[in-house]
Design a protein around this ligand. Structure first.
Ligand code: ADP
Length: 163
């Protein structure tokens, strides 16, 4: 039985699509660890502390959800945290190839680690952190994309990047 799972991601920033997956996972497993990864390949707009703070303000009240910062390999972090499965959201078939590759790599590195894919709510299939950043950068409305608790801070920070 999977009692502890990890939902990894960059969450730069957290979107309503992420919240949907985390909430679904919290109803399926005893403990859900939301692991915020630095992600060397991407250049995050928000610092690790900010991204963790945004998540704490939005899913921090769910009793079996814990938000932490993670560094290094997901397969190793999961082991250290006692998580027996990784939960990832799938938006479209186009996500699948990359996700499948990651799942098998993680299992190779940590044979006890499974990956569980949850389908996102149909209304969020188009949504990503990149979309949020693009829209806010140009001053567009992100009300339907990010949780209300963090909307103003996210919008103002990203819009200010344009100068
Ligand atoms: P990463 O940088 O590792 O892809 P993200 O922060 O972009 O991390 O996403 C974290 C997780 O949330 C991934 O499993 C991703 O597929 C999922 N996810 C992102 N956006 C959505 C969405 N709109 N609906 C469902 N799942 C999503």
């Amino acid at each position: 039985m999977h009692s502890t799972v990890i939902c990894p991601g960059s969450f730069d920033p957290v979107t309503l699509g992420h919240i949907d997956i985390i909430t679904r996972a919290s109803g399926m497993f005893d403990n859900v660890i939301v692991g915020v990864f630095a992600n060397g390949e991407k250049h995050p707009v928000f610092s690790m502390e900010e991204r963790i703070g945004f998540l704490q303000r939005t899913v921090g009240d769910i009793p079996n959800v814990r938000v932490i910062g993670c560094d290094g390999l997901l397969a190793q972090c999961a082991k250290d945290l006692g998580a027996s499965a990784v939960v990832r959201g799938l938006r479209a078939v186009s996500d699948f190839e990359y996700e499948f590759q990651m799942a098998l790599t993680n299992r190779k590195l940590n044979p006890e680690l499974d990956t569980v894919f949850l389908a996102s709510d149909a209304s969020y299939t188009y949504l990503s952190s990149s979309i949020v950043k693009n829209v806010a950068y140009h001053g567009g409305d992100i009300t339907n994309f990010v949780p209300a608790e963090i909307h103003d801070e996210v919008f103002n920070r990203i819009k200010a990047l344009k100068g």
